[in-house]
Design a protein around this ligand. Structure first.
Ligand code: URA
Length: 208
């Protein structure tokens, strides 16, 4: 018969951290972004979407870019895709959304929700990198092709990247499908659920 798949190794435990220090590091990154005019996306945006969640998060989600609801509110993943992401976290992983950190590769909404251009990604990437460095999550989930290619540093399609960990500065990164894609293709939810279970494994969240 078929051998059982090898269990994923546990993500390393983190040293004790001072949440106030992480919070002030995040505030400093937000200050650095300021009223950003570093790329053309400043022209069409309403609000910069920094990302939000717990400074003590062990798990971080990285999406592509704000959509219309996020641009209006200034908060990441608050539209329909955001509601599905909340369900994935709370009903699926049995975590609280407030306990994770959610951010995007790009902090400003591209016109008409087009995918970000390469120069927009490279202009914005220092801020996401600084957020990850400040938070030091034990695992990262990359949502959709843009975030997955960026976080896995690969040009492979999302269908190839998903389901396997890569590493970002030693942090396990799981690429998976974007919740907006799942709204159009609900059949892909079972693959995303398999990916999220692997993430729960590296976080030591599954007892069975
Ligand atoms: N899609 C994303 O990738 N990010 C958001 O914040 C909202 C929708």
């Amino acid at each position: 018969g078929q051998a059982a798949p090898a269990p994923a190794p546990l993500a390393p435990a983190r040293p004790e951290r001072d949440i106030a220090v992480v919070e002030s590091a995040l505030a400093a990154i937000r200050d650095d972004i300021g009223d950003c005019k570093r790329c053309r996306l400043c022209e069409g945006r309403t609000k910069i979407v920094f990302g939000q969640g717990s400074a003590g998060a062990e798990l971080m989600f990285v999406g592509e870019a704000p959509g219309a609801d996020e641009d209006a509110s200034g908060l990441a993943f608050v539209g329909r895709a955001g509601q599905l992401l909340t369900d994935m976290i709370e009903k699926g992983m049995r975590m609280q959304r407030a306990d994770v950190f959610i951010a995007n590769v790009i902090k400003c909404r591209p016109p008409g929700n087009r995918p970000p251009e390469n120069d927009e990604v490279s202009t914005c990437q220092p801020f996401l990198e600084a957020q990850i460095k400040a938070i030091q999550p034990r695992a990262i989930v990359a949502l959709g092709a843009t975030a997955s290619k960026f976080m896995a540093k690969s040009g492979d399609p999302i269908s190839r990247l998903r389901g396997r960990f890569s590493s970002w500065d030693g942090i396990p990164v799981m690429p998976t499908y974007h919740p907006a894609y799942l709204l159009r293709n609900p059949a892909a939810k079972k693959e995303v659920w398999a990916d999220l279970r692997l993430v729960m494994d590296v976080l030591g969240m599954r007892s069975e």
